[in-house]
Design a protein around this ligand. Structure first.
Ligand code: PAF
Length: 281
């Protein structure tokens, strides 16, 4: 694997590879990220992983400063996983001047759920992903389904800007107790780590009860109950909700009757750590 921290060197190296698959990450890699690389390799083109902790997608009181930066270990894992190139730009390379041109995603998608809880987050994500697309010029890119709303937003961005990039979404990789792998799991104390699978369990039980719902009011009542249950267990939930997969809006009676594909999504804080997860149902 060859590693670059400047755009000029990356571009020179990529010159001979017309097809390439991007796996964008913020580093501190785990088996979920390596799964994205494995999917990238299946697509046949060289895999370019990027590692960049993107300040633009963090709110002022979020964990940008303490986000784990483990470049050496990450590079070794990527090399073992058969990644072809690693692009790990410094902040001055990614943003040599303040990024005053930004991608403003549709608020109907970016202003709800995680976008409501983290104002500006998805604008930061869309802007850096667009910039990575411009830098790497991939023919394909792979993202995890754990960040369900992010994946959806990137798919729409690619469609609306007619970018010639095939987006692949990969199922969430989980620990044996069901906890979705996430770099932020490293913040959990042992007691919190033992409790953390409750988020996926709550989504499973919400999805199950919602499958018997007849109206949007039924679903809202189930969501409120799920939020109360999580709060009673010591979590501070932002949302636990069931939405239509295709637009992340609340299902109406027609959707429930016609079995429109749904997804249960949750975000909740355990102590200072905010975890997200989802379940297609
Ligand atoms: O999912 C992530 O790790 C980040 O949001 C991404 C896509 C690498 C953009 O910074």
């Amino acid at each position: 694997m060859r590693t670059f921290d400047t755009l000029a060197d990356l571009r020179a190296a990529l010159h001979d590879f017309p097809a390439r698959t991007l796996v964008p990450t913020m580093g501190n890699l785990h088996a979920g990220h390596l799964g994205l690389v494995a999917r990238g390799r299946e697509l046949g083109a060289p895999v370019v992983a990027s590692i960049f902790v993107n300040r633009l997608q963090f709110g002022p009181n979020e964990d940008f400063d303490r986000y784990p930066r483990t470049l050496e270990r990450d590079a070794a894992l990527l090399a073992q996983a058969g990644c072809t190139f690693l692009f790990a730009p410094k902040e001055t390379e990614m943003y040599p001047e303040p990024q005053t041109f930004c991608v403003r995603p549709d608020p109907a998608l970016a202003g709800i759920l995680d976008g409501a809880a983290r104002p500006g987050h998805f604008e930061g994500v869309a802007t850096v992903v667009m910039k990575l697309f411009a830098m790497v010029q991939p023919t394909a890119a792979v993202f995890g389904k754990k960040d369900y709303q992010q994946l959806m937003l990137i798919r729409r961005m690619v469609t609306q800007f007619a970018l010639p990039i095939a987006i692949s979404g990969l199922d969430t990789v989980r620990d044996t107790d069901g906890l979705a792998l996430s770099s932020r799991n490293a913040y959990l104390t042992p007691a919190q780590r033992a409790q953390a699978p409750q988020l996926q369990a709550a989504l499973q039980s919400l999805a199950k009860s919602a499958s018997g719902a007849y109206s949007s009011q039924d679903v809202l009542a189930l969501e409120s109950q799920a939020m109360r249950d999580m709060t009673a267990r010591g979590w501070a939930p932002d949302y636990l909700t069931v939405r239509r997969r295709h637009d992340l809006l609340a299902p109406g009676a027609d959707d429930l009757r016609e079995r429109t594909p749904l997804v249960a999504l949750g975000a909740a804080r355990l102590g200072a750590t905010r975890l997200i997860d989802n379940l297609e149902c």
